[in-house]
Design a binder for this molecule. Sequence first.
Ligand code: NDP
Length: 275
Amino acid sequence: MTDRYAVIGNPIGFTKSPFIHGTFAKATGQDLSYEAIEGPIGGFAATVDQFRADGAKGLNITAPFKLDAFAYATELSESARRAGAANCMKFEGDRIIAENFDGVGLVRDITINLDVKMKGRRVLMLGAGGAARGALLPFLRQEPSELVLVNRTLSKAVALAEEFAGCGPLMISGYAELADLAEGYDVVVNATSASLRGEMPPLPGNVLRGAELAYELAYGKGLTPFLQAARAEGVAKLADGVGMLVEQAAEAFSWWRGVRPSTAQVIVELTVPLS
Ligand code: NDP
């Protein structure tokens, strides 16, 4: 019998998830269907109750429902618990098991697809929202020499530093203080939502100089102000979040189906040139 899966969000018209999972299913010979559900705001639980009653096996969750999914689950993986949000669920009878694969997808894209090592390197993450939070533990597990978290609203970064104290060399900073750096960073990750509005985080000019990688989590937007600044500073590698998107989908697919799809061709098909 064909197993049912879906992605839920609002709005959902933009989603690439059915294309990605449909391609994975064909490539691996898995008998499944995958649809996009526009969940009503305030109606997450009722929509998912119905989907489960219809026999669904799993669900991906995108904005604005990641916190609703976290609350709806009966079991949380460590990554979902640490992220405080879920982007994937598996249904097994009454069990609703929640995961968060965003961080591991980002790390796989950086370390495998882009071949940039994080171990022993200096890493700077911009932003302290949901995506940054989900990436903190997977980043620290890569054993960077230093992970600096910078956020416009410093109190959010302070709260994250307290929560992740003891997990690794995590430090926080305001944007202005970054100008006093003696050394540059190897990897700079823009996990703010500034690029969605064509804005640039208030990063002092010298911070990107000498970096090996500038990674923009937003995807499909071409050369964002952050990536333009990185190019102007001569950063060796520039990337957007399309690889992260596909890698987190591959993690979900493997978790659901027990078979890991290859990601390279799907990433190529979804890539918007950085120009
Ligand atoms: P949130 O709304 O949770 O957090 C937004 C963050 O951006 C906050 O830290 C906010 O700072 C900061 N910010 C917003 N505007 C500016 C600005 N002009 N200057 C400096 N900081 C700013 O968003 P998410 O964490 O969910 O998403 C962040 C980005 O990651 C988005 O671009 C999203 O599209 C992308 N993303 C990509 C994924 C992928 O698979 N590639 C998956 C998930 C997210 P403050 O706290 O001060 O308001």
